[in-house]
Design a protein around this ligand. Structure first.
Ligand SMILES: Cc1ncc(COP(=O)(O)O)c(C=O)c1O
Length: 591
């Protein structure tokens, strides 16, 4: 504790604010917003290369003179081309301009199935705005445009998957943005198999444009940096997952893709809503959702059910960022919102940007064991004020504004209490210290385990990854012999391992059909004998009996990690001396 917690808690008592909501809740949310919206130090500078996820990598000219070249200027910022430059660009080749118009006419006569489906949708009165087809802008033909709102909609055929085409698409999007247009791109698959999500996205964008906001979902606005996110403080991280799913429109019969290698709270709320989890295995570098398997799963679910999953939940397991560029690119391509489970990843960064701010929603947890605690609590990072308002509505029993209690939808009692938020405000003052401490322990463990054969420390796989190392984890080679292996699993465990809170059912046997290797259990017991708490890694959801019937796309990675891995003490009270003793104890127990 920082000592500031009591100040805020006392204020809450003095002001008789001991309910959900109140000044501490507002203050805590503001502190969290300030933190999660911090600028990314690794962002490309103006005129630098575009983020890799745009698959473009082109260097854009920065100076005014350069704008006369045939490339758009400065990372596509709005209004970056001034009037005369824009005109010069548009009229540089009048012959070309006429050809483009002819071409547009021909394309109108030879529409693809997806273009026709899009046109049917856009002509529908319920969108409330007029759209036109094939409109010439500069040397470019926009598939569909709402001139009133400056919204360009593109429907991309399969040839857009080619890297060269993606590079052009990135460049064109930048060019249109530089002229002040907002661009939405959809793939043929999205339009043909997920037209509801496409419609929702277009409506959402039109609403935000009406309010003058940027409506990017999983996609960052210009310069790769997202707009300011809003944060809603809640009673738990689990509640945040639940509300994010509701905000993404998940309901009975829907499917939601979830990382299999995680704590059950990433997954259970899908089931609360009568929806079905589709479990996706991990890759070996970050231990998080495997992008290739994700795409396989999406395609297979579309083939089997005729519709795309409603959301994707990747997890920052033990704080480690997942393969964000690839997962977001795939999610964007299929138009599926991402709910980032950053419950364990508060303060982790990817390319300098805070985890939980990449997807449409981001989940945080302030459970007692997390990077900071409110004694129990969580938060949902939302894309904008309107989404945050919607989440607050469902978090406070979904009440309509009448002088009496009128309910037209089901709501929940999920708001954070003003007392807990007071603790959170105090904790925010030491968040940076906590992160630094966890990372300091990580570098110590990493150096020490590099000297021990048969033990591997799980570190950042590349410079763009910046884990908070919420828990430091190791894997033990199966060939490593550990003292007391013969006694591993000899007894039925009573209570939860590591004294985890709550009531557990009594175990019927010492074994299940999927458990950590004997040497891992022996090492856990050896540490326990010395008063050092360690724990196995999360058991993958696809091996949990409760999810035996769930669709699963697996490659063996998470099961293998679960068999070999151990979490080590990592919190702010673990000193360097403690860490030395932990490493020594491990060394001592290797035969
Ligand atoms: C990956 C993950 N997701 C979600 C949660 C749920 O958070 P909470 O315990 O605050 O409900 C946790 C932690 O407890 C977690 O580790």
């Amino acid at each position: 504790m920082s000592g500031n917690e009591m100040k805020y808690v006392q204020e809450a008592f003095d002001g008789n604010w001991v309910v959900p909501l109140g000044p501490n809740v507002n203050g805590f949310e503001k502190d969290l917003e300030d933190f999660v919206n911090t600028k990314a130090p690794l962002n490309p500078p103006e005129g630098g290369t575009l983020p890799a996820r745009w698959a473009c990598g082109k260097v854009f000219p920065v100076s005014a003179e350069d704008a006369s070249a045939s490339l758009p200027p400065v990372g596509g910022q709005r209004g970056a081309l001034r009037g005369e430059q824009r005109r010069a660009y548009q009229t540089a080749n009048p012959l070309n301009y006429d050809l483009l118009k002819d071409n547009a006419k021909r394309m109108r006569q030879n529409s693809t199935e997806a273009e026709l489906a899009m046109w049917t949708l856009l002509r529908n009165d319920n969108l409330g705005f007029n759209f036109r087809r094939q409109h010439v802008i500069g040397d470019y033909i926009a598939d569909f445009i709402c001139l009133e709102k400056g919204l360009v909609i593109e429907v991309d055929g399969d040839y857009h998957n080619a890297p060269e085409q993606q590079e052009w698409d990135g460049y064109r999007t930048e060019f249109l943005k530089s002229l002040g247009y907002t661009v939405l791109r959809f793939t043929n698959e999205q339009v043909l198999h997920n037209i509801e999500a496409v419609e929702a996205k277009i409506k959402d964008t039109l609403t935000h444009l009406a309010q003058g906001e940027d409506a990017s979902a999983n996609f960052p606005p210009e310069g790769g940096q997202r707009g300011a996110k809003k944060v809603v403080a809640l009673s738990a991280g689990t509640a945040a997952v639940h509300l994010a799913l509701i905000a993404c429109g998940v309901g009975p019969g829907d499917e939601v893709i979830c990382q299999s290698f995680t704590f059950c709270a990433s997954c259970h709320p899908i089931t609360y809503l009568g929806a079905k989890p589709v479990l996706v295995d991990s890759e070996a570098e970050t231990w998080n959702m495997d992008p290739d398997l994700l795409e396989t799963a999406i395609k297979d679910r579309i083939a089997k059910t005729g519709k795309a999953p409603k959301a994707i939940i990747p997890v920052a397991l033990y704080g480690m960022p997942y393969k964000i560029d690839r997962i977001m690119e795939i999610a964007d391509r299929y138009g599926i919102p991402v709910i980032e489970d950053a419950a364990e990843g508060l303060g982790s960064r990817y390319r300098g940007q805070v985890l939980g701010t990449f997807g449409r929603y981001g989940v945080l947890s302030f459970n007692g064991n997390k990077m900071i605690t409110t004694s129990g609590g969580g938060a949902l990072i939302c894309p904008d004020a309107e989404a945050a308002k919607k989440v607050m509505f469902y978090a406070t029993q979904a009440r309509e504004s009448y002088p009496y209690y009128q309910h037209e939808e089901i709501g929940y009692n999920y708001r954070m209490s003003n007392i807990c938020a007071g603790i959170g405000r105090g904790q925010m003052t030491i968040l940076d210290e906590h992160i630094a401490h966890h990372q300091m322990l990580a570098s110590f463990y990493s150096e020490e385990f590099a000297k021990i054969d048969g033990i591997e420390f799980h570190g950042n796989p590349a410079p763009e990854y910046d884990s908070n190392f919420w828990l430091n984890t190791i894997v033990l080679d199966p060939s490593l012999r550990v003292v007391g292996e013969e006694d591993a699993y000899a007894e039925v465990v009573k209570g939860a391992v590591g004294g985890a809170a709550g009531v557990t059912h009594e175990a019927k046997s010492a074994h299940t059909d999927c458990e950590p290797n004997r040497n891992v259990e022996a090492m856990r017991m050896a540490l326990d004998r010395e008063g050092i708490e360690s724990r196995p890694l999360w058991k993958p959801m696809h091996r949990q009996p409760v999810y035996a019937d769930a669709a699963a796309y697996v490659n063996g990675v998470s099961e293998s990690l679960f068999a070999r891995g151990l979490c080590l003490p990592s919190g702010p009270y673990v000193s360097l001396d403690d860490a030395r003793r932990i490493v020594d104890t491990i060394r001592k127990n290797i035969k």
